[in-house]
Ligand binder design. Structure first.
Ligand code: NAD
Ligand code: ZN
Ligand code: ZN
Length: 403
């Protein structure tokens, strides 16, 4: 039996490398597995040998103890891999295929999947619509920060790279297709970004940088990125963004200095519920980004909100925040007829087009987010550095493909 090492959440602030079973075509009981999913047959699945599996800001919410994730939950929803076994009912994906895995797990059969809303598939998570690998309340599908991982509904979910050798030349870029590139792109698209738009992206983490990259790809005239982290803002400037330093206060004044007006056409929230307030040494204030986007987005505009908001947060700043309730100035949004798009990015809606943009040299997403490969053993260090605000997107390399 082939060994399988994996990165597991242990307790707030701690992840560890553990040994787990090599996957089979069945969802077995384990930490975080919904009882209704135990024993589920996955003959429509494949087993992937992991080529790249990235650490995400979404993982950090769990690792910081800001969710109800159980100990020993195997992490990892950003997966790229090579198929090593196919289930009985898989028809088109073959052993040896090199594939990107959308972080959403989707059945391809339900009403929402048929409408391309794969972030809210109705058949993969008994708790609620929507599912992902290695994530709390997402049905219990085992995470991919491991040597091997099971991918259900493989014919539907997997994006096969057309040419393996060419794909390996751009593998760090293609590794961003499992989540942050489509997610940032979705944020920009749903914020209404098009040719000539002015755009403000809150957050210069990997998702914010991916949204800014996407806004350029979509033809924006000016892309402004705001954060409190100077190293991350420097990354945004490295590919032509303007930046706003939020330790100096809210974004409106600095946006006015750049654009001549204190507003933009399109607003993107790439921060989520752990947002900090604006100004020097500001503390956590979860509604900050949403309220400030409503202030600075022009009337009739739209807010793309990939930043994650939760229904329960043990570390919330007050009783309301602990239940995921925020103090929003919704009247401002209403008065300005603003549109909002929240939720998981339906990765499958965008990943093929973005793959083509990468393979044909139209975009350098790995460079823009400063993607860096590290070993599985280095994962705890990668998590700690990412948590401390490193301007780096860590990509785990469990099987040496990225050497
Ligand atoms: N919707 C989806 O499908 C999806 C997919 C991936 C990630 N996400 C979410 O997107 C968010 C960003 O992910 P990431 O990996 O870039 O995380 P990250 O934690 O690395 O980045 C967040 C950044 O926001 C900054 N920040 C904090 N308060 C701010 C404020 N008021 N204004 C501007 N910036 C502020 C932080 O300094 C940090 O640099 C997370 O909430 C993550 O869970 C959602
Ligand atoms: Zn992610
Ligand atoms: Zn479905």
């Amino acid at each position: 039996m082939t060994g399988n090492k994996a990165v597991a959440y242990k307790e707030p602030g701690k992840v560890e490398l553990i040994d787990i079973d090599y996957p089979t075509f069945e969802l077995k009981d384990g930490p975080g597995v919904n009882p209704a999913n135990v024993g589920r047959a996955v003959n429509h699945g494949v087993i992937l040998k992991t080529v790249a599996t990235n650490i995400c800001g979404s993982d950090q919410h769990m690792v910081r103890g800001r969710t109800t994730a159980p100990a020993n939950l195997v992490l990892g929803h950003e997966i790229t891999g090579e198929v090593v076994e196919v289930g009985r009912d898989v028809e088109f994906i073959k052993v040896g295929d090199l594939c990107s895995v959308p972080f959403n797990i989707a059945c391809g059969r339900c009403r929402n999947c048929k409408e391309r809303k794969t972030g809210i598939c109705l058949n993969v998570n008994p708790d609620r619509p929507g599912s992902a690998y290695g994530y709390v309340d997402m049905g219990g599908w085992v995470g991919g920060q491991a040597n091997y991982v099971l991918v259900p509904y493989a014919d539907w979910n997997l994006l096969k790279f057309p040419d393996k050798d060419k794909a390996m030349e751009k593998i760090l870029d293609l590794a961003m297709l499992s989540d942050i590139f489509p997610t940032g792109f979705h944020g920009a698209v749903t914020a209404g970004v098009g040719v000539g738009s002015t755009v403000y992206v809150a957050g210069a983490g990997p998702v914010g940088l991916a949204a800014a990259t996407s806004a350029h790809l979509l033809g924006a005239a000016v892309v402004i990125v705001g954060d409190m982290n100077e190293d991350r803002l420097a990354r945004a400037r490295s590919f032509g963004c303007e930046t706003v330093d939020l330790t100096k206060g809210g974004p409106a004044e600095q946006i006015e200095q750049i654009l001549g007006v204190p507003e933009v056409d399109c607003g993107v929230d790439a921060v989520g519920f752990e947002a900090r307030g604006h100004g020097h040494d500001a503390q956590e204030a979860p509604a900050t980004v949403l309220n400030s986007l409503m202030d600075i987005t022009a009337a009739g505009g739209a807010l793309g909100i990939p930043g994650l908001y939760v229904t329960g947060d043990p570390g919330g700043i007050d009783e309301a925040a602990k239940k995921g309730a925020l103090s929003l100035s919704l009247g401002t949004g209403w008065a300005k007829s603003l549109s909002f798009t929240t939720g998981q990015c339906p990765v499958m809606k965008y990943n093929r087009q973005l793959m083509m943009a990468i393979l044909n040299d139209k975009v350098n997403i790995a460079k823009n987010v400063n993607a860096k490969a590290i070993t599985l053993e280095e994962a705890p260090k990668g998590y700690a550095e990412f948590d401390a605000g490193a301007a780096t997107k860590y990509v785990l390399n469990p099987n040496g493909y990225l050497n």
